[in-house]
Design a protein around this ligand. Structure first.
Ligand code: EPU
Length: 349
């Protein structure tokens, strides 16, 4: 029997809700209570129910950056709010976007409207509200660069707050929101996008792809097309095989270790950081440790990209997590580098 749905006007409540279709790793898990939120203004009412007030909270967008290792004993807030508002327009626009909008739809909309900036971030799965949490990034760009502020419901102060760029404390795949899990429910993100800016095409094959496309004076939509082609070739599509994009962050190591690693492994890709440290390629190390395409039951590492953990069918959360740990141990054993998962791991780890 499908679980009972109760429409509360602005949101719907579902008890003992299945989450398998709400996380892109397609892990079978359940939430004690799930609230589908269509109107962010109803959040205070919902969060005031005693059963919700005293429960753990988990905010869910498309579940494209999450691994459930068990059921979630608490309330899942599935943000399904919609709306894009251009607040001012000139050489650059301020655009406020509801948290539940799909990120890729928004990127395509901005390009269609003639705004620049988000072209390198096309085709990233997930919602707009999730984008600032892990500061999504690809092809040499990060979303933080374009975020003016984030609007959220602060569950501690019980009020709407606007967190400006500096307060969000953005860093590589990191922000304030990751350090205070459960505190903020992001309701909207305010972006500033220019009409034109220098394109970033020198990263990870974009220039080569533009050349293959026969484009010598690229516009933002050309760069977006090149990124779509690169991503489609390199990364497995979550609609075809369960995955959460990069499962590991590229570790940032100190200069001494980076130099030693590069001496011993000349093929290892590495990027110098502004603080003098060095970001090294997790994918390269995972492949060199022999895990690319490795499979244990239905849990595996993609044979297309070594950073991507995949669910070949019916892998459970604990099976996927066990494989991830095996990869982390393997890389640590071979390179002395500790990998960290990029997605949020919900449950025992
Ligand atoms: N590489 C391998 N084996 C592989 C894949 C890559 O050795 O199986 C090597 C490549 O040869 C290259 C280096 O690793 O020298 C980097 O590869 P790539 O350009 O694919 O980028 P990445 O550092 O592995 C990051 C992001 C991706 C983003 C790409 C493209 C992280 C954790 N991941 O991956 O983001 O799409 O750059 O810019 O920073 C995500 O976060 O979910 C994600 C997919």
């Amino acid at each position: 029997m499908p679980p009972e749905r109760v429409d509360m006007g602005g949101y719907t409540l579902i008890e003992n809700a299945p989450l398998a279709n709400r996380n892109t790793l397609r892990v079978d898990a359940r939430a004690t209570l799930l609230a589908e939120i269509r109107d962010a203004a109803k959040l205070p009412e919902l969060l005031d129910f005693p059963a919700v007030r005293h429960s753990r909270l988990l905010v869910l967008g498309e579940g494209s950056n999450m691994l459930f290792t068990g059921d979630f004993d608490g309330t899942v807030l599935a943000m399904e709010t919609r709306g894009v508002q251009v607040e001012s327009d000139g050489d650059s626009a301020r655009i406020a976007v509801a948290a539940g909008e799909r990120w890729d739809d928004f990127v395509r909309w901005t390009l269609g409207q003639g705004y620049a900036g988000l072209e390198n971030l096309i085709l990233i799965p997930g919602t707009v509200g999730a984008a600032p949490i892990q500061n999504i990034g690809a092809y040499g760009c990060e979303v933080a660069e374009f975020v003016e502020s984030v609007e959220a419901w602060d569950t501690r102060e019980r009020r709407v707050v606007t967190l400006d760029h500096a307060t969000c404390a953005f860093a590589y795949r990191d922000s304030l929101f990751k350090h205070e899990p459960g505190r903020y429910v992001v309701t909207a993100v305010r972006f500033v996008l220019p009409r034109s800016r220098p394109l970033r095409t020198d990263y990870a094959g974009i220039d080569e792809e533009l050349a293959r496309m026969g484009v010598d004076k690229p516009a933002p939509f050309h760069v977006a097309e090149a990124v779509v082609r690169l991503r489609t070739r390199k990364l497995p599509d979550p609609a075809v095989i369960g995955n959460a994009g990069s499962f590991f962050k590229n570790p940032i190591v100190d200069t001494a270790l980076a130099d030693a690693l590069k001496r011993e492994h000349p093929g290892l890709a590495a990027w110098s950081q502004p603080d003098g440290r060095c970001k090294v390629s997790a994918a390269w190390m995972i492949e060199a440790a022999g895990f690319k395409g490795f499979r244990e039951g239905d849990a595996g590492i993609s044979n297309r990209h070594a950073l991507v953990l995949v669910n070949h069918g019916h892998a459970t959360g604990p099976q996927l997590w066990a494989l991830a740990q095996q990869v982390m141990h393997g890389v640590h054993g071979k390179f002395g580098v500790q990998l960290e998962p990029e997605p949020v791991v919900i449950g025992e780890r």
